[in-house]
Design a protein around this ligand. Structure first.
Ligand SMILES: [Zn+2]
Length: 247
């Protein structure tokens, strides 16, 4: 392939812009905020599960409390009934009176025990409620952190996108100067060789694969016409001669 030396030089400018675009895309893909967000999101998911468990504990204890209070009421109603019968003076037999008094005493003991149960449930409920409050506070903190990191990521992406936009338009300007066949070869090689299609020859070394060219390759390049498009024998990239090529 033939191309004017000036066009070959422009290809180096184009490669620089291509590499800048690749670096920008890499930076966008590997923003630290992406990993930060993933870690925060994982914590948020775990927290959501813990919160559901704690909230379930509270509602379970609510139900337990209602049930325990009903038990207390039941015993209290029976005790009140017994107490009224005792006070009514209608029970006169000593044996019945004794039996009624003994039942009343036992009901009062039972009521006391059941009230203890209610208190114990209320204590556990308070503890569970405390856990819910703490977890909700933690969730609010986590949501604030998520919002902060998301905003930081958006700003970083916008900045990168702005730079990429400028670089792309500069690239379009340079690409317009380069003959179509040379440009197509560069694009093909770029795709093939990890983003670098064209490299300068610097002090006898290909800057694409970083290998030093041997004497016969260097001699071949020395003998080539200025408008010959030279390729690296090692990596096949387009090799552009510069004043620093050491030829
Ligand atoms: Zn090479």
């Amino acid at each position: 392939m033939k191309a004017a030396p000036r066009d070959q030089q422009r290809l180096l400018d184009l490669q620089e812009l291509d590499s800048s675009l690749d670096r920008l895309a890499h930076r966008r893909r590997t923003l630290p905020e992406i990993a930060e967000l993933a870690a925060l999101q994982e914590r948020a998911n775990e927290l959501r599960d813990r919160l559901v468990t704690a909230e379930t504990d509270v509602s379970d204890l609510d139900r337990e409390q209602v049930k325990a209070e009903q038990d207390v009421d039941q015993v209290r109603v029976r005790a009140e009934r017994d107490s009224k019968r005792l006070d009514s003076g209608m029970v006169t037999s000593a044996k019945d009176l004794a039996s009624l008094q003994s039942e009343l005493a036992s009901l009062q003991r039972r009521q006391g025990d059941l009230e203890e149960v209610v208190l114990e449930i209320m204590e556990r409920r308070e503890e569970a409620e405390g856990k819910v409050v703490a977890l909700r506070a933690e969730r609010a903190e986590l949501e604030a952190a998520l919002a902060e990191v998301t905003a930081r990521k958006d700003r970083a992406e916008q900045e990168i996108d702005g730079q990429a936009e400028l670089t792309r338009s500069a690239r379009a300007g340079v690409a317009a100067d380069i003959p179509a066949d040379l440009l197509a070869l560069h694009e093909k090689l770029r795709e093939q060789f990890g983003g670098v299609g064209t490299a300068p020859l610097t002090r006898g070394q290909c800057q694409g694969c970083m290998l030093a060219l041997n004497t016969s390759d260097l001699n071949r390049i020395r003998a080539a016409a200025p408008d010959d498009v030279v390729r690296c024998e090692e990596c096949r990239r387009i090799l552009v001669r510069t004043p620093e090529s050491g030829l």
